[in-house]
Ligand binder design. Structure first.
Ligand code: 9MR
Ligand code: 9MR
Length: 582
């Protein structure tokens, strides 16, 4: 086997952590095998998809701990064979998140479009592209993955990735306060399971519609090859509407929204059309049955939708606005109904004991859409007094979304409140930029950010940075946001691309039922892995030895706390890719 092929093979088999071997491998400058036979792949880690011509370009190089040794790197054009840039690898430093000793190769000066490779002491990196549209295909693929997650209709992504209609209709669960058949369909499968959850749908559709509002030039013309293509609604909005329609079907006549529609237990690893477990609309088990977080999330998202769809379908936009108003009234009248799985139900609960931030988000979005004082007053009254502290948004932390939509609104609002929000955002962005500069692999994650779905956390930290960049254009914020894209697409200690179908070494074994059950080796395309998790939520993760948090990932289908896919992790990646294409 030639060395290049060997490296490719080793990369595909995954890496095991062994600091001693790491040092050896880096000194040897090539692949090596540990005593236990665990392979270690190459030593140059970068975005396997590529870079924008004028963008910052950094590769992470595994080095010897002796920082006195200096290596030179060369950037070689694959078409011409010529070296286009030479430079020194920066001094070796210890990276806590991975346990690696690394140096940085800054090849930002390479700007001419083309394909390249980096070489150091006989070692070679994966090939990569420099091009103004380096991320165009990635944007389409990751957005089209939502079509792949569709429930309740025929899906055909091409190349065999398809399934017929699944999960049509259902029943009201005894926990819902109603009985009988439910005549609905639609939505996106949440993740590797076939459940549909309003809370997670909320942050996911909200993030996507925000991308639509912030990057219209990029998204208006994006063709997705979906059943609605060619209609009067742009593909991007048509895809999101597929999930919004299902969300609307979970709103009760009183305005409240049931938490989820799933079977009582997760089904086996089968195709969606083969899942015949009853799909229940599930409530809290006692009056008022609907939950505050789900209802407020629906209010927020429908308020955004009312802004986005009006131009293409005024009647639908009106329907969304009415739903948002009714949901907001219910949530403010029932502010403390927390959801926990009722007896007999074991699917995800998207647990969140505090729904004040969801209600805040709904108030801010409804104000931005309507300008009505009642919503603005509710928003301002719900804000903390004094300085605001903005953390990474997530399905359980919507406070940043609430604040940002208020500040992004073209309505005057309170200048003081807007200023406090902008200030808090710039502070949080600077903090992330400093964190990224200190990290050996250039991502924004701190040790404590390696949680279940840390790649989603990275995506949401990029969203924060991009909003900051929107308030006050700043190359440092933008480049730091893109740093997480580089990390996800290969500049990480595993040398893996965490998006199926992207880069030369994408992960292969997501915890994703269709990928496991369809009889095709390669997984469904465009899906991001949850990524490293410092905790241990499944048996595979529990069996891992003690190691630094970025190492805590394996490409194993069974490892749902490390390697599942989910709509709320793909959505911020689409947002980031929309920015990268802007
Ligand atoms: O497949 C399920 C995945 O979607 C969830 O995120 C995960 C945690 O709730 O649970 C998975 O289902 C597992 C179940 O919890 C325990 N038995 C094995 C199931 C996976 O095969
Ligand atoms: O993303 C969720 C993560 O934050 C939780 O820690 C975890 C356990 O409750 O559940 C994750 O969400 C899963 C959901 O419950 C069911 N569908 C798959 C989701 C991703 O693993």
């Amino acid at each position: 086997m030639r060395r290049r092929e060997l490296l490719k093979y080793l990369g595909a088999t995954g890496l095991a952590y062994d600091p001693a071997m790491q040092a050896l491998a880096s000194l040897a400058g090539a692949a090596a095998s540990s005593a236990s036979g665990s392979p270690i792949a190459g030593r140059i880690f970068l975005n396997q998809v590529g870079y924008l011509p004028r963008g910052q370009k950094l590769a992470t190089i595994l080095t010897a701990s002796n920082s006195a040794s200096v290596s030179w790197f060369r950037v070689r054009s694959l078409a011409k064979g010529a070296v286009v840039l030479e430079g020194k690898v920066g001094p070796g430093r210890q990276d806590a998140a991975s346990g690696d000793t690394v140096g940085l190769a800054d090849f930002s000066a390479a700007a001419a479009p083309g394909s390249y490779r980096i070489e150091i002491d006989g070692a070679e990196s994966d090939p990569f592209l420099i091009a103004p549209d380096a991320y165009a295909a990635a944007l389409r693929l990751t957005m089209r993955a939502f079509y792949g997650q569709r429930c309740g209709c025929d899906v055909d992504l091409g190349q065999g990735y398809k399934h017929p209609r699944c999960h049509v209709g259902g029943e009201y669960h005894r926990s819902s306060g109603k009985i009988g058949r439910v005549d609905n369909h639609g939505g996106w499968h949440d993740a590797g399971d076939y459940g549909r959850y309003v809370v997670n749908s909320g942050i996911s559709t909200g993030t996507l519609l925000w991308a639509w509002e912030l990057y219209p030039r990029v998204l208006r013309g994006l063709g997705l090859g979906i059943p609605e293509s060619g209609g009067k609604t742009p593909d991007f909005l048509a895809e999101v509407r597929w999930n919004l329609e299902w969300m609307l079907s979970l709103q009760d006549v009183d305005g409240g929204v049931w938490h989820k529609q799933t079977s009582e237990n997760f089904c086996a690893f089968i195709m969606p059309q083969d899942d015949h477990l009853t799909s229940y609309v599930i409530g809290t088990g006692s009056a008022p049955y609907k939950s505050t977080c789900a209802t407020a999330d629906l209010a927020s998202v429908m308020a955004i939708a009312a802004r986005c769809y009006g131009e293409f379908d005024a009647e639908f936009a009106q329907r969304c606005l009415m739903a948002a108003r009714r949901a907001w009234s219910w949530a403010t009248a029932n502010p403390g109904v927390v959801f926990r799985n009722p007896a007999g139900v074991r699917t995800g609960d998207y647990g969140d004991a505090h729904c004040g931030d969801e209600v805040l988000w709904a108030s801010a979005e409804l104000w931005r859409t309507t300008g009505e004082l009642v919503y603005e007053r509710a928003f301002i009254a719900g804000l903390p007094v004094g300085s605001i502290d903005l953390k990474t948004p997530s399905f359980s932390n919507l406070m940043p979304m609430a604040c940002w939509t208020y500040a992004l609104s073209s309505r005057a609002g309170s200048g003081d409140v807007k200023a406090r929000i902008v200030d808090a955002t710039l502070r949080a962005g600077s903090f992330l930029a400093a964190q990224a500069a200190a990290n050996g692999y250039g991502n924004t994650l701190a040790a404590g950010d390696y949680v279940w779905g840390s790649n989603g956390t990275a995506g949401n930290q990029s969203l924060l940075l991009l909003v900051a960049n929107h308030f006050q254009p700043d190359a440092r914020m933008f480049e730091t946001a893109l740093g997480n894209l580089h990390y996800i697409l290969g500049r990480n200690c595993h040398g893996v691309s965490w998006v199926t179908g992207l880069g030369v070494r994408p992960f292969q074994h997501p915890h994703h039922r269709p990928s496991a059950a369809d009889g095709i080796d390669a997984p469904w395309p465009g899906l991001v892995s949850g990524g490293p998790n410092g905790g241990a939520g499944d048996d595979v993760a529990r069996a891992l030895p003690k190691m630094p948090p970025m190492r805590r990932w394996v490409d194993d289908q069974r490892a749902y706390s490390l390697n599942e896919v989910a709509i709320n992790w793909n959505a911020p990646l689409v947002f980031l890719l929309a920015a990268a294409n802007s």
